[in-house]
Write a protein that binds this ligand. Structure first.
Ligand code: ZN
Length: 429
């Protein structure tokens, strides 16, 4: 009999009891083990015995990425170094890297969390999981590997890149589950198509990590590989790594592991909870993390909660896909807009490609002007540009409440990059 990694609780009340016990434990653990937390909590006038209900979470001070960087290389350390068995670091695009430390129990918990992802995706021990993400000091490959072995499926640690080898593995090992970034999946899917080897591969599920993907991209990957499901796996190094939740086979949002962490969705400006269905910043409080526990950690990632119960019957709550980062937000005529929202609107339109740029300008009169430059699709006709632009302008105005101008440009005229593309160009000075 194989063990299940799904949660033991059934009701909201049981979950609340688990969360309260975890919150009390975490605050006491951090107070006793970390000078940083003890100072922060003291300044906020909170001692561990003040935590009596989940509502007391509001009393706790926030932790930010700057706190992690300022206390480099061992931020949030809450146990003696001798109990630390591993470190991971973020890829860190700005400033110093964020380094997070793990005890043996933390690694064990992470393996269970990740095994739950595979179970939620409907894998069995018969599955063969090709892991085509990076292995290194960051958490990606290691997490996928750890979870796969804990779950009991066969792990194929292929690593990133090397398309020929990946395709050979897919055929020879009869891989059933592919774990990779969305762009890697697309690349592999197109190669499978080009080489006409779809009949020789057995991929049923694809799990996307780390990168946002559009619906069009997901559909294309499914068609070209023959997979039945594409899943999105969220995660961040600060909360163990990837594997903090997964959408189930109904794909109605991401179930998250609320018995391992409390997720608050807060307005990034006021730090008050957003109303249901509204986009907010994801703020994490871990419930059993020993090495580097998180208390109200501001991730800057944005999403919305999905109310109600999922058709699968899971008691685990859901959040939407990550819609962007609060750092990327820009303001036009007093309205907050995220590039990912524009991306979402554009991805629903036919006749255009996936590349776009957002330009903000004053045009001499001090008012904000928004211009969205987007590529015509490969086979598109320039004669249709004006009508298409007008249609997209209406969609943007309807959804963001801001009027902008849309310019359709030639296919492949916007720069391509292997890294994250720059989307917003602010010329307002
Ligand atoms: Zn579900």
């Amino acid at each position: 009999m194989n063990r299940s990694f799904l949660p033991a609780f059934k009701t909201k009340e049981e979950l609340a009891a688990i969360q309260l016990a975890g919150l009390k434990w975490t605050v006491r653990h951090a107070w006793e083990g970390s000078p940083f937390y003890r100072k922060r909590l003291s300044e906020a006038g909170v001692t561990p015995d003040r935590i009596r209900s989940l509502d007391d979470l509001k009393r706790l001070p926030f932790v930010t990425a700057q706190d992690l960087q300022a206390n480099y290389p061992w931020p949030l350390l809450s146990v003696p170094m001798t109990q630390i068995v591993r470190l991971h670091a973020s890829t860190g695009t700005t400033g110093k890297r964020k380094v997070l430390v793990y005890t043996a129990k933390d690694i064990d918990d992470w393996a269970d969390m990740f095994a739950r992802c595979y179970e939620t995706a409907g894998l069995s021990r018969e599955d063969r999981v090709q892991i085509c993400v990076g292995y290194g000091v960051w958490t990606a490959g290691v997490g996928f590997q750890l979870g796969c072995e804990r779950f009991g499926a066969l792990a194929i640690p292929a690593g990133p890149g090397n398309i020929d080898l990946q395709l050979q593995f897919l055929v020879d090992f009869r891989t059933t589950v592919l774990c990779c970034t969305a762009s890697m999946a697309l690349l592999l899917a197109e190669e499978i198509d080009k080489r006409g080897i779809r009949e020789r591969i057995r991929v049923k599920k694809v799990i996307f990590g780390a990168e946002r993907s559009s619906d069009a991209m997901r559909a294309k990957v499914k068609t070209l590989t023959g997979a039945d499901h594409v899943f999105d796996i969220p995660g961040l190094t600060e909360v163990y790594g990837p594997g903090t939740g997964l959408d189930c086979t109904f794909h109605t949002g991401i179930h998250y592991w609320a018995d391992y962490y409390i997720l608050e969705l807060l307005n990034p400006d006021t730090l008050e909870p957003v109303s249901e269905g509204e986009v907010g910043e994801m703020v994490y409080t871990t419930l059993r993390k020993e090495g580097a526990p998180l208390i109200r950690y501001r991730s800057r990632d944005l999403t919305r909660a999905i109310p109600g119960e999922c058709l699968c019957g899971s008691p685990l709550p859901r959040h939407d896909r990550i819609v962007g980062r609060s750092d990327d937000m820009f303001i036009v005529r007093g309205v907050n807009i995220y590039p990912s929202h524009i991306d979402e609107i554009l991805s629903r339109e036919k006749g255009i490609g996936s590349e776009f740029q957002i330009h903000l300008d004053h045009q001499g009169d001090g008012k904000d002007y928004l211009v969205i430059r987007v590529e015509r699709e490969d086979a598109g006709r320039p004669e249709a540009d004006a009508a298409l632009a007008a249609k997209i302008e209406r969609a943007v105005r309807k959804e963001t409440l801001v009027s902008g101008k849309v310019e359709i440009v030639d296919y492949q005229s916007l720069p391509r990059t292997e890294r994250k593309a720059k989307r917003v160009f602010d010329h307002r000075g």
